[in-house]
Ligand binder design. Structure first.
Ligand SMILES: C[S@@+](CC[C@H](N)C(=O)[O-])C[C@H]1O[C@@H](n2cnc3c(N)ncnc32)[C@H](O)[C@@H]1O
Length: 422
């Protein structure tokens, strides 16, 4: 592997005797892994569990597999899995993932939250926030708002608000060099210092949003001390109420995985009354409420609770305690429930991914060959005569959207932008 000038010399100085093993690790293939999603109703036996990880397994999953399409698995290399494993929020917490796309840490955080509390998953880049939404939806999140904002604008809306903030910072990316050699193109000896300046700006805004007694988890996928240990020291100096409660660095010559640094800092201020933020409010009209309730009664076995908001003809459900998001740029206003059509309601694909089968009255289960036809957008004739109207489509026991059955044919609602051929 060709490294940028100055990179090997830097790590020879830092690692000393360990350096030859570090250098040799780049001759090995990058390590692949994935996590299993505990929010899904039906799981499976996956081999090769990662030691000391609650959800991780070594190995590759195909993006065209049923497990991937239904959100049962999420590909993430092993070292990156250490971040949310350390953060591990409890259900009911207010959590912010400030630099979230494409969603590796956010979906892992969700795995610990049991769909209770609130996750604000934020991504500054508009394009990347769309991929984040897709991944959050596939995961089946019911308690997540995706924002497309700068840290500065967020900190004005959420002062002292979050119990846990994860900052998986934009960084010099040295830990990705083996997996993605293109990541080397930006590296110069000064690049880590340049990244550290941006990281300080992001951390300053994050600290304005940390609730008293909250925790901040800071991570990078680089080994550069300027962005890792020195950044944590800077935080401890700037914010005397913080205490370091964990710090780890992952090296490819010492463990199976790529590069990662992570630190957890706990705020020692007394837990007192936080500023009360204005709550988000339902904004639907009577007719819209009736159309949703008619659908709920016809198709679901449960009633959904939260704040119902309509944008244009789209209906969303926010967790009960969501604050008013004001003028923030919203990429996903909670769970997308569906679309108001003339005198009827059409459920969304996201709702069919998020609901467990026992929350829906009718289902159509796809075998492997029907799955291939369904994700390619085909209608599926030959359904049972007793099945009519909205059904949740299941594959290997997990939801894969809603579809409508009429005249024994399943009409395909699989989103056009997600269709693929196997
Ligand atoms: C390391 S990546 C995040 C990876 C993500 N946490 C995951 O696990 O999938 C860092 C993210 O920070 C975003 N970013 C870049 N500049 C930023 C800034 N000034 N403030 C906040 N986020 C920024 C990038 O767009 C990128 O998506």
């Amino acid at each position: 592997m060709e490294f940028p000038a100055g990179f090997l010399e830097k790590y020879e100085g830092i690692l000393g005797e360990e350096f030859p093993a570090f250098k040799a690790s780049f001759d090995q293939p990058a390590e692949s892994a994935y996590r299993v999603n505990p929010l899904k109703a039906k799981t499976a036996d996956f081999p090769d569990a990662i030691p000391n990880s609650r959800l991780g397994h070594y190995g590759k999953v195909s993006g065209k597999s049923i497990a991937h399409a239904t959100g049962l698995v999420y590909s993430q290399e092993p070292a990156a899995q250490a971040v949310a494993e350390l953060a591990a929020p409890r259900p009911g917490m207010r959590v912010l993932d400030l630099c979230a796309a494409p969603g590796g840490k956010s979906t892992h955080l969700l795995s610990f939250m049991e769909n209770e509390g609130l996750l604000i998953s934020n991504e500054i880049s508009g394009k990347r926030s769309k991929i984040l939404v897709e991944n959050i939806e596939r995961f089946g999140a019911k308690n997540t708002v995706v924002l497309n904002e700068s840290p500065e604008r967020l900190s004005k809306v959420f002062p002292d608000y979050f119990d846990l903030i994860v900052i998986d910072a934009p960084c010099s990316g040295e830990g990705m060099f083996r997996k993605d050699p293109d990541a080397m193109q930006y590296w110069t000896p000064d690049y880590p210092l340049e990244c550290s300046i941006l990281q300080k700006e992001i951390l300053e805004e994050a600290m304005k949003m940390l609730a008293p007694a909250g925790s901040l988890v800071y991570s990078t996928c680089t080994w550069a001390p300027e962005e890792d240990e020195l950044m944590t020291s800077w935080l401890l100096e700037q914010y005397p109420s913080l205490e370091k409660t964990a710090e780890t660095k992952c090296w490819p010559h010492l463990q199976r995985g790529e590069g990662q640094y992570l630190a957890r800092l706990k705020d020692r201020r007394e837990k007192d009354d936080r500023p009360k933020l204005k709550a988000a409010k339902s904004n639907w009209n009577k007719g819209q409420k009736e159309l949703w309730q008619a659908f709920e009664k016809e198709a679901l076995t449960v009633q959904l609770h939260g704040v119902y908001q309509v944008f244009g003809d789209q209906l969303y459900l926010l967790p009960e305690a969501t604050p008013d998001l004001g003028r923030l740029r919203i990429a996903r206003n909670g769970l997308h429930l569906g679309t108001f059509k003339k005198n009827r309601f059409e459920p969304s694909f996201a709702l069919g991914l998020a609901l467990r089968p026992d929350e829906v009255k009718q289902h159509v289960s796809l075998n492997e060959s029907d799955f291939a036809r369904y994700v390619a957008g085909e209608a599926l004739p030959g359904q049972e005569a007793t099945v009519k109207g909205w059904v949740q489509v299941l594959s290997e026991g997990n939801g894969l959207g809603f579809a409508k059955v009429a005249n024994q044919t399943l009409k395909n609602y699989y989103p056009k932008g997600l269709r693929f051929y196997i």
